[in-house]
Design a binder for this molecule. Structure first.
Ligand SMILES: NC(=O)c1ccc[n+]([C@@H]2O[C@H](COP(=O)([O-])OP(=O)(O)OC[C@H]3O[C@@H](n4cnc5c(N)ncnc54)[C@H](OP(=O)(O)O)[C@@H]3O)[C@@H](O)[C@H]2O)c1
Length: 340
């Protein structure tokens, strides 16, 4: 019987009122027999994990002593599932933080197989710009934002994984793009590298004044909201009629800040505003269309993105995650356990 050495990361205790730290995780490494597969299952080697803000919600009360689950990318080593082929298929979807996994029909139904990945593109791109973040940006703009040439869009958290792509897609569609970010370096990057028409540092500038000045007399048409804080109140004041708020993230909530409760909510009626949330999990069937359009733009360098790919084993993911939570990396953060 073949033996494997597998490291698995568990939530050891629930952090209450504090950020997760080392004491909240437990990494267990064992040498064990390679598992026997049931019909419909696959055995995979996990090669890349995407670190995302939402993983923090694994730590909800009651989540104790469960494996940490995130989004990742694996090589299929053995398959009893007709859709996953050894040697050419990669699993792409939700995964426990571990070196190897057995995925049953339920997981494989929700997630999917990629055959013949473009080897000219770094694998890490599939956890960011060509992964769920990229799909979220592309599909939410298509499905909800109803972008029109000449309109003005404001993107919060614009230098993050989603924000960067949202701004570039909107720019390509002929919109005037405004973004905000938390450091002057990021603001310069947005303007000089990504071609944003205006950008400001929301930490050092008065947000209402900076956004009002950037929007100017043309008014605002779309607010792409990744934060869900009270910036929405400013946007409502600045909107033209039939403005759209696309709420996709709640970074304020991840950071323990207050969520939006706009005092001027009546403007939704007066200005006939559409405020719609978007969740990517219902739209994974759009991956093929998304890749068809966006992969060539990433490959040619027309779409730019920043990322931090950190090499490590499954046993290192927790430490890398703490550093990620503290803002220790720039751009999309992935942990790379192995090669294609
Ligand atoms: N709805 C969906 O289907 C879906 C899919 C994917 C992601 N999301 C959500 O979308 C959001 C953004 O994801 P992402 O992958 O782009 O994140 P990311 O790449 O990790 O970017 C996070 C950045 O957001 C900024 N930020 C953090 N807290 C903030 C706050 N309170 N106000 C403004 N900016 C803040 C920080 O940069 P600064 O230095 O600029 O502050 C941080 O670097 C997250 O909430 C994520 O969970 C939703």
């Amino acid at each position: 019987m073949t033996q494997i050495t597998n490291s698995r990361v568990y939530i050891a205790k629930v952090p209450v009122g504090v950020a997760p730290n080392k004491s909240h995780f437990r990494t267990v490494t064992t040498t064990e027999d390679k598992p026997e597969l049931e019909e419909g299952s696959v055995f995979v080697k996990n090669i890349l994990f995407s670190l995302d803000p939402y993983i923090r919600h694994n730590f909800a009360e009651g989540a104790k002593e469960t494996e940490v689950i995130g989004f990742g990318f694996s090589k299929v080593l053995e398959s009893k599932n007709p859709n996953f082929h050894v040697g050419s298929s990669y699993y792409f979807g939700t995964l426990p933080w571990s070196s190897y996994s057995v995925l049953g029909p339920q997981e494989l139904f929700l997630n999917f197989s990629i055959d013949s990945i473009d080897k000219d593109i770094p694998l890490s791109a599939y956890s960011g710009v060509l992964g769920t973040s990229g799909l979220t940006a592309w599909d939410s703009l298509n499905r909800v934002a109803d972008l029109k040439k000449g309109e003005t869009i404001y993107v919060s958290s614009a230098a993050g994984t989603l924000g960067q792509l949202v701004g570039q897609i909107a720019k390509r569609k002929g919109l005037r793009v405004i973004g905000s970010a938390g450091t002057d370096e990021k603001v310069t990057y947005l303007k000089n590298q990504l071609g944003f028409d205006a950008a400001f540092n929301y930490k050092t500038q008065n947000k209402r004044e900076a956004l009002t000045a950037a929007v100017g007399p043309q008014g605002l048409d779309v607010y792409y909201d990744l934060v869900l804080d009270n910036t929405v109140e400013i946007a409502l004041d600045l909107f033209n009629s039939h403005g759209r708020i696309v709420t996709v993230g709640r970074l304020a909530d991840h950071n323990g800040q207050e969520l939006a409760h706009p005092k001027n909510i009546a403007l939704v009626l007066a200005k006939q505003i559409r405020w719609e949330g978007y969740v990517v999990f219902e739209h994974f069937d759009q991956f093929e269309n998304f890749w068809k359009e966006v992969t060539p733009l990433v490959k040619s360098g027309e779409f730019k993105y920043t990322e931090a790919v950190v090499d490590g084993g499954a046993g290192d993911i927790a430490d890398i995650y703490f550093r990620f939570l503290e803002g220790g990396y720039q751009g999309k953060v992935s942990v790379k356990l192995g090669d294609f």
